[in-house]
Design a protein around this ligand. Sequence first.
Ligand SMILES: Nc1nc2c(ncn2[C@@H]2O[C@H](COP(=O)(O)OP(=O)(O)OP(=O)(O)O)[C@@H](O)[C@H]2O)c(=O)[nH]1
Ligand SMILES: [Mg+2]
Length: 702
Amino acid sequence: MSVKTAARTQSRLAPVAAGTPEQIRNVALVGHGGVGKTTLTEHLLAAAGAIPRAGTVADGNTASDADPVEISQQRSAFLSVCPLRYRDMVLNLLDTPGSPDFVGELRAGLRAADAALFVVSAADELDDSTLALWEECAALGTPRAVVINRLDAPRADLARALEACRQAFGGVDGNAVLPLYLPTDPAQPAAGGLVELLSATDPRYSDDRSALIEAIIAESEDETLLDRYLSGDDLDYAVLVADLHTAVGRGHFHPVVPVCGGGDSSFGMSELLELIVRGFPGPTERPLPECWTPIGAPGPKLTCDPAGPLAAEVVRTWVDPYLGRVSLARVFSGAIAGDTALHVSGHGSADRGHPDHDADEKLATLLGPTLAPISSAFAGDFCVVARLASAETGDTLSEQRQPLVILPWQLPEPLLPMAVRAATRNDEDALAKALTRLAAADPAVRIERNAGTNQLVLWCLGEAHAEVVLARLRSGGAAIETEPVRVPLLATFTAQARGHGRQVKQSGGHGQYAVCDVVVEPLPRGSGVHFVDRVVGGAVPSQFIGSVEKGVRAQLARGLQQQATVPVVDVQVTLVDGKAHSVDSSDAAFQTAGALAVKDAAVTGGVQLLEPVDSVQITVAEHHIGAVLSDLSGRRARVTGTEPLASDRPGNRSVIHAEVPAVELLRYPAVLRSLTGGAGSFTRGYLRHDPAPATVATALLG
Ligand SMILES: Nc1nc2c(ncn2[C@@H]2O[C@H](COP(=O)(O)OP(=O)(O)OP(=O)(O)O)[C@@H](O)[C@H]2O)c(=O)[nH]1
Ligand SMILES: [Mg+2]
């Protein structure tokens, strides 16, 4: 049994169950890759007693990175839900991967969470990809606190990290981001020990305390509070905590907690648990996603009510050898009981091979997020449903009598192609099954059977995602290989050319006799293939004109000479002459003669290779424009313009418009990421086929 199986069917985590939705907190851990989210999750679980002691990412024994891919890559690749009990509350910690390659999992986590711990490192600068993650949360209005982690790391500097966070995330005056806790000994922040500023009496903290209180009571329902505070009234602690809860819940204020979530001596865990319980909104306080009926009519307005209509969303799918396909779902409204018949509404579009909706499935096994059997799961919580044959990540689970569809979170666009094939014919069935499983589990991957190159192409978000996709495909035992990705090439004639085709075999039996002469000439791009009959005097009998055309078209579609397999387009083929035999001529003979005639024309006609060119829009920070443009010039790109991103603040980001040969874009997601520190993005769309330079043509034909 694999490590994953062991972990999945027998979670290290003890089962917990909440009594009411108000007793639940769903909190995503979000932040740059390697900042310590998984380790922090582990230490929070240990602090709450959910596990006896914290495992480590290096040892591959953490609760959230339990998949073999995560263990071998030593980073998170999937969303994980780790429940713990703290006081009388259930906290579902949603550990998300930090790599932009797994942004689909992050988005699933943000959909499923009601608030987030935004984790940054005290030892590193805030880079562009961290800013992009913050924007991601901000766009959704996710309430969040900032966790300044790794205080024990060699170059950790709490003051610098705090200032950087205030500048980047704190609004005009930085006051939307202020510490809720500070180290007891400011000279040695890593020594452990935190002071809670709301209750601090030590005068050394009075400035920080005042700033914090002013920021949170600005959100208070009681408008007299600020005046009372400024005129010297000491406010009740419970009132301050309630206002903190309001300010955080509205997404307007982000308290900072400095911690050490790993290393030799972790601290700050109980402070974080307290903040989550008292300062973070619960599922009943957050707006829920909109829902529709399967025919597209507006659905009921969902509330986090166990008695409401059932609406749950699948946020992760995987295959367990014992349980089969398992779907981890966040219940938004209503309740799932063990004997509910579920309606599964798919978001999948036709190209992913999943019908849009309507599969009624009997619920077989209902489990909690720790995979312990449960009898029901209600609004606000998570559950795992086993053996829903058609459920995919992003699908909605509802009741048969009231089917609903929740639109899934925005999916990232996968732009890194990976071509795969079954290693042997025997593996082809296994590959087909593995693709179905992949499509169900990972909506971020796009599966394409490219007719132009005859390749099976999996479009991924980046190299790490491609590795995970490959591991997933192979996990069922199929021998699957990768191969270089090809771009769909075309060819055309550069000049008018005459061709002669002769199919004459008259020795014995029924013979073959067909001769034809054609003139092939180039047409403008996008014209396709035109066939014209200019035969005079019945040199080719009229019943065989269609045969010649068929032979010509088939040969052009198959390709000519060196460009074998590359279809020829944008030409006019004119049948100008030919010869027939009263007995031996046939449809087949004239098809062959037509094919031979265009092949002959290609010898003198100068067949030229056409490569696909894409229209590309690249969004980058101003300071990366130079590097991106100079890289583009090495990719045979034609830059057509650069303009500031309209929705951004001035001087922030720009959009570069360019036309780039598709072959130069095969690894562009990785290139752009390294040029921009992970913060650049691009979109691409097919524009046209252009002639490929001779040097490139040889490489393209490979
Ligand atoms: N010194 C120190 N090391 C830490 C701390 N937290 C995590 N680490 C180490 O940093 C490395 C990365 O930690 P992870 O917990 O995997 O980071 P992550 O944020 O989950 O990374 P992704 O899953 O890739 O997004 C591991 O080797 C941890 O042991 C900390 O507070 N102090
Ligand atoms: Mg992680």
